[in-house]
Design a protein around this ligand. Structure first.
Ligand SMILES: Cc1cc2nc3c(=O)[nH]c(=O)nc-3n(C[C@H](O)[C@H](O)[C@H](O)COP(=O)(O)OP(=O)(O)OC[C@H]3O[C@@H](n4cnc5c(N)ncnc54)[C@H](O)[C@@H]3O)c2cc1C
Ligand code: SF4
Ligand code: SF4
Length: 184
């Protein structure tokens, strides 16, 4: 949803719809947002589940990061921006998109050259290159799965000239092309 530009049927800006809900969820006393994590194990039964969660390291301390973005401004590395469907570049220290909740930067260790600039410029002292994953266990009564779906990748079919002609794009690429905060 955050990637979409204007949405059917009201033609409202998608971020205008989703941002207040993200903020509301982010500050709700009964909601903990656990990002960049995987569920490793689920035990128990309805009413009493034990869920083992691996919080993957962001290499930035989430309790210290203010989301100021100075690390990304100074990072010399350009990597592929997946949020913009590979149509733009982002830095090796990045946030998924500017309105993300929680607004936490992370380091893409596959792209990072270890220059140390981000650690030097971060006034909050949040950059921790050696930060490790954290594994936590939660006791919960119910689990709601809402994994959505992935868009079809037309590269597999090699039809309509996708991948050959620059003006043959998928609808999610077109959403980013139209977006005021997109690559164009
Ligand atoms: C190009 C495009 C245009 C659209 N335009 C409109 C429109 O104009 N109007 C409209 O009403 N709808 C539109 N839709 C549809 C709408 O965006 C979707 O129906 C809606 O976003 C689905 O929401 P969701 O939360 O169910 O799933 P998603 O938005 O798909 O979210 C699911 C989330 O779960 C995560 N996830 C999946 N598996 C795992 C896992 N194993 N562990 C952790 N996380 C996981 C995914 O990364 C994702 O963040 C459009 C969709 C597309 C692709
Ligand atoms: S890591 Fe530091 S410089 Fe980067 S956004 Fe967070 S607080 Fe700002
Ligand atoms: S250490 Fe890595 S993430 Fe940080 S500024 Fe250098 S290349 Fe970018």
């Amino acid at each position: 949803m955050a990637q979409l530009d204007k949405t059917f049927p009201t033609n409202d800006c998608a971020m205008c719809i989703v941002s207040p809900k993200l903020v509301e969820a982010g500050r709700h006393p009964n909601i903990d947002l656990i990002i960049n994590s995987t569920i490793e194990e689920v035990k128990g039964t309805a009413g009493d589940f034990q869920v083992v969660i691996r919080k993957k390291s962001l290499y930035i301390n989430p309790d210290k990061c203010t989301g100021c973005g100075v690390c990304a401004q100074q990072c010399p590395v350009e990597s592929i921006d997946l949020f913009n469907e590979r149509l733009a570049k982002c830095k090796a220290t990045y946030v998924k998109y500017p309105q993300a909740v929680p607004l936490l930067f992370s380091i893409n260790r596959d792209e990072c050259i270890g220059c140390g600039i981000c650690q030097g410029v971060c006034k909050a002292g949040a950059v921790e290159y050696e930060r490790e994953d954290q594994v936590v266990e939660l006791n919960v009564g119910a689990i709601v799965l809402a994994p959505g779906f992935d868009e079809f990748n037309p590269e597999q079919l090699k039809v309509y000239g996708y991948g050959e002609y620059k003006n043959v794009v998928t609808s999610i690429e077109f959403e980013r092309i139209l977006s005021a905060s997109g690559p164009y």
